[in-house]
Write a protein that binds this ligand. Structure first.
Ligand SMILES: CC(C)c1onc(-c2c(Cl)cccc2Cl)c1COc1ccc2cc(-c3cccc(C(=O)O)c3)sc2c1
Length: 232
């Protein structure tokens, strides 16, 4: 059928992509990836700093999602806490997709592999990164997929799931149209993107175990990460 992006959808798209590209980790923080030493402890500290900065960026981005601030305040918190890890997997995956000129990609991979994460989590994590890179998502798709992840109604403690569902459905419809228009020769592309969201949930469960093992080895997190991940 003739798929058309309406004027409202174009406006919605612009608001989300602008917010997504505006709120980025500050370059001086990202550059640290290249500068600091290499040791398991140093890598952990750097990744903790990146994650903390990423959460701040994520909160700012989320506030710009049309409709998000009109949700119940406690539900807004529940959505952020429930989606932070998944949104950060998507965000860090984009670093691998960008093939950073300064070699940040290789350095980030090296630091993640050597930060005290056990091999059983490293394997699915980098399989996920490979699967995201192979999709060659454009920025609109990346921004919408992150938005859809944040607006997942069945996160723990969300009271008014219908209200979240209504906004998420708007984003899903927009992404569906974009995929059809962007990749007419790949009718399954939209389904493949949504398939990544399922993989993200699995990674999120692995992540809870990663946190436990770091804490067993007496690794400290920042107050913001402790709050968003309910640790310490
Ligand atoms: C607390 C810490 C040890 C931790 O615990 N689990 C994870 C995690 C790991 Cl390992 C993998 C996936 C998800 C999580 Cl949550 C982390 C590190 O999480 C992050 C989170 C975001 C980013 C963005 C980056 C980044 C680099 C260059 C450029 C840019 C850019 O956007 O320009 C972004 S690095 C980075 C590291």
């Amino acid at each position: 059928e003739k798929v058309e992006i309406t004027k409202e959808q174009r406006t919605l798209m612009k608001v989300i992509v602008d917010a997504y590209s505006t709120h980025q980790i500050p370059q001086d923080v990202a550059k640290k990836l290249l500068q600091e030493q290499y040791s398991a402890d140093e890598n952990f500290l750097l990744l903790t700093e990146m994650a903390t900065s990423q959460v701040q960026v994520l909160v700012e981005f989320t506030k710009n999602i049309p409709g998000f601030l009109s949700l119940d305040r406690e539900d807004q918190i529940a959505l952020l806490k429930g989606s932070a890890v998944e949104a950060m997997f998507l965000r860090s995956a984009q670093v691998f997709s960008r093939k950073m000129p300064s070699g940040q990609t290789e350095v980030l991979e090296e630091r993640i592999r050597k930060s005290g994460i056990s091999e059983e989590f490293i394997i699915p994590m980098f399989n996920f990164y490979k699967s995201i890179v192979s999709l060659h998502m454009v920025q609109e798709e990346q921004a919408l997929l992150t938005t859809i992840t944040i607006l997942t109604p069945d996160r723990p403690y969300v009271k008014d799931q219908q209200a979240v569902e209504r906004i998420q459905e708007t984003m899903l419809e927009l992404l569906r149209k974009l995929c059809v228009l962007q990749r007419p020769q790949e009718p399954q592309y939209f389904a493949r993107l949504l398939g990544r969201l399922t993989e993200l949930r699995t990674l999120s469960h692995y992540h809870a175990e990663m946190l436990t093992s770091w804490r067993t080895n007496d690794h400290k997190f920042t107050p913001l990460l402790c709050e968003i991940w309910d640790v310490q």
